[in-house]
Design a protein around this ligand. Structure first.
Ligand code: GDP
Length: 461
C-alpha cells in the first residue's frame, strides 16, 4: 500500500467509452453507493444486492417514472477487487451517444457526482491499488503511439519500474538506519561505523540508478518519437519518399524543382518505433529570400535531427546543391539514400565514400524501401536503445528529474563521507535521496503535482 487515505464518501460516474456512436457505450460508477444507485434504475431478474461480483447481468435501465430507457448489461465489481478499490459498477448500454447521456443523467439525478478527468485512477492511487508511476503508465498506455511505447508503458503499469525503485529505496533505508543507530546510541557497543561498506553499498545503488536514468533517452524516443529528417536538393524524390514511407499522398509531388518550400511533418511507426519525418525545403544555392529562409530552417532541423535521410538522385552526377546538403550533415547520423535506381546509375562520386550507411532505392518502383526501413531501425537500435534491465525504461520527464535529484543527493552523501563529516550530515543526504525517489512512486509527491498529473487523464479514466 502506498498511501492510505480516508475512503471517499461520494460516488462518481462518467462515460468510460469515447464520445460518438459505437457498438456499446459504457457508463462507470465508483464509490460506496454504486450498488444502491444501480438498484434505483436497473430492472433485471436479480436485484443488484443479489448479484454476484464480477458477473454480467441482463436487464433494463428505467427512468424515475419506470419507463425503460435502454436494454443493458450490468456488472458490479465489489471492493476491494476493482480498478479503484471501491465498489465499481459498469453499465453496458447500446452505443448511441444520446442513450449514454440518458444513462448518465439517471445516475446524476439519483445522487452520483460527475467524475473529474482521471478521478477513477486517482482513487485507485489513493486506495493503494496503484502507485503513482503505475497510474501515469495508464495514461501513457492510452496515449501510446507504437507497439514498443505500449510495451514500455505496460511494464511500468506492471510495477516493474516501481519494483526497481523500491529496491533502491529499501537499500538506502537500511543505510539510513545504520547511520541513525550511530547517531542515537553513540556510546553503545555498535562499534565504529564501517565507512567503506557504507560507501561501497551507496556506490552500487548509485550505479543502478544511473543506468535507469540513461534509459530516459530511449523513453523519450518512445514517447515523443525519433526525429528523422529528409534532406536533399530539389527534385531528387524527397516528397515521393516521404509519401512512400507514409503510404499516403501528403507532400505535393511535382516536376518543378523546389515545390516543397516549407517543412512538412508527419508521424509514422516503423519497426514498432514512433518516427517524426520532416521533409525540408529543397536545399539549393539561391538568392530567393523565401528559399534562403528554407535553407536556414533546414540547417536548424539537421542540428535537431536524430537521423537524416539524405536523398540524392543516383542517376545524375552530384551538383553544387547536392554538395551543399552533403556538407550540412554528420555522416554517422545520416543514411545516404541513392534514389532513382530504376534509371542507369551515374558514375560513383568520391564525396559519398565517407558515408558508412548507404541504401539504393527506387521510390517510383518501390524497390529498396524495405532495406531503408531496416537501416532506420538498425540505426536506432545501435545508438539509442537502452533499457535498464527487465524492459524498464524511464519515459516521464518528471521521473527523470526526481531520479537525477536523488543521484545528486547520493553524490553529496559520498562527498560528505569522504570529508569525514558527522553522521547527521550523511543521514540528511540519504533522507533527501529517499524523498526524491518517493516522488516518483507518489509517497512524497505534493498534492498540487498529483492534481496536475491526474488532470491530464481523459474523463472516465
Ligand atoms: P523533391 O523535390 O525532392 O521532393 O522530389 P519529388 O518527390 O517531387 O520528385 C521529383 C521527381 O522525381 C518527380 O517527377 C518524381 O516522379 C520523380 N521520382 C521520384 N522518385 C523517383 C524514382 O525512384 N525513379 C524515377 N525515375 N523518378 C523518380
Amino acid at each position: 500500500m502506498i498511501r492510505t487515505a480516508a475512503p471517499a464518501s461520494d460516488t462518481i460516474v462518467a462515460p468510460a467509452t469515447p464520445p460518438g456512436d459505437g457498438g456499446i457505450g459504457i457508463v462507470r460508477l465508483s464509490g460506496p453507493q454504486a450498488e444502491q444507485l444501480l438498484g434505483g434504475v436497473f430492472r433485471g431478474r436479480l436485484a443488484p444486492a443479489a448479484m454476484a461480483s464480477h458477473r454480467l447481468y441482463h436487464g433494463r435501465l428505467c427512468d424515475a417514472a419506470g419507463r425503460p430507457v435502454d436494454e443493458v448489461l450490468a456488472v458490479i465489481m465489489r471492493a476491494p477487487r476493482s480498478y479503484t478499490g471501491e465498489d465499481v459498477v459498469e453499465v453496458h448500454c447500446h452505443g448511441g451517444s444520446q442513450l449514454l447521456r440518458c444513462a448518465l443523467d439517471l445516475f446524476l439525478a439519483a445522487g452520483a457526482r460527475l467524475a473529474r478527468p482521471g478521478e477513477f485512477t486517482e482513487r485507485a492511487f489513493l486506495n493503494g491499488r496503484l502507485d503513482l508511476a503505475q497510474a501515469e503508465a495508464v495514461a501513457a498506455l492510452i496515449g501510446s503511439r507504437s507497439a514498443r511505447a505500449a510495451r514500455a508503458a505496460l511494464a511500468q503499469l506492471d510495477g516493474r519500474l516501481s519494483q526497481q525503485l523500491y529496491r533502491y529505496t529499501a537499500e538506502l533505508r537500511e543505510l539510513l538506519l545504520l547511520l541513525e543507530a550511530h547517531i542515537d546510541f553513540p556510546d553503545d557497543d555498535l562499534g565504529p561505523l564501517d565507512g567503506e561498506a557504507l560507501v561501497a553499498r551507496t556506490r552500487a545503488v548509485r550505479t543502478a540508478m544511473t543506468g535507469l536514468l540513461h534509459s530516459f533517452d530511449t523513453g523519450r524516443v518512445l514517447r515523443e518519437g525519433l526525429n528523422v529528417l529528409i534532406l536533399g536538393r530539389p527534385n531528387v524524390g524527397k516528397s515521393s519518399l516521404l509519401n512512400a514511407l507514409l503510404g499516403e499522398a501528403r507532400a505535393i509531388v511535382t516536376d518543378i524543382p523546389g515545390t516543397t518550400r516549407d517543412t512538412i511533418e508527419e508521424q509514422l511507426v516503423l519497426g514498432g518505433l514512433p518516427l517524426r519525418l520532416v521533409d525540408t525545403a529543397g536545399v539549393r544555392a539561391t538568392d530567393d529570400p523565401i528559399e534562403l529562409e528554407g535553407v536556414r530552417r533546414a540547417r536548424e532541423k539537421v542540428a535537431a535531427a536524430d537521423l537524416v535521410l539524405l536523398v540524392i538522385d543516383g542517376a545524375r552526377p552530384l551538383n553544387d546543391e547536392d554538395r551543399m546538403a552533403l556538407a550540412m550533415v554528420q555522416p554517422a547520423r545520416t543514411i545516404l539514400v541513392r534514389n532513382k535506381c530504376d534509371l542507369p546509375p551515374a558514375a560513383p562520386a568520391d564525396e559519398l565514400a565517407g558515408f558508412p550507411c548507404q541504401v539504393a532505392v527506387s521510390v517510383r518502383q518501390g524497390t529498396g524501401l524495405d532495406a531503408l526501413q531496416a537501416a532506420v531501425v538498425a540505426h536506432f537500435s545501435a545508438t539509442g536503445d537502452r533499457e535498464a534491465g527487465d524492459g524498464v525504461v524511464l519515459t516521464e520527464r518528471r521521473h527523470r528529474e526526481a531520479l537525477a535529484g536523488a543521484l545528486q543527493a547520493l553524490d553529496r552523501f559520498l562527498a560528505a563521507q569522504a570529508a569525514a563529516e558527522p553522521a547527521e550530515c550523511l543521514a540528511m543526504e540519504l533522507r533527501e535521496a529517499l524523498a526524491a525517489l518517493g516522488q516518483i512512486t507518489g509517497e512524497t509527491t505534493p498534492d498540487l503535482i498529483l492534481e496536475q498529473i491526474f488532470s491530464r487523464f481523459c474523463i472516465g479514466k
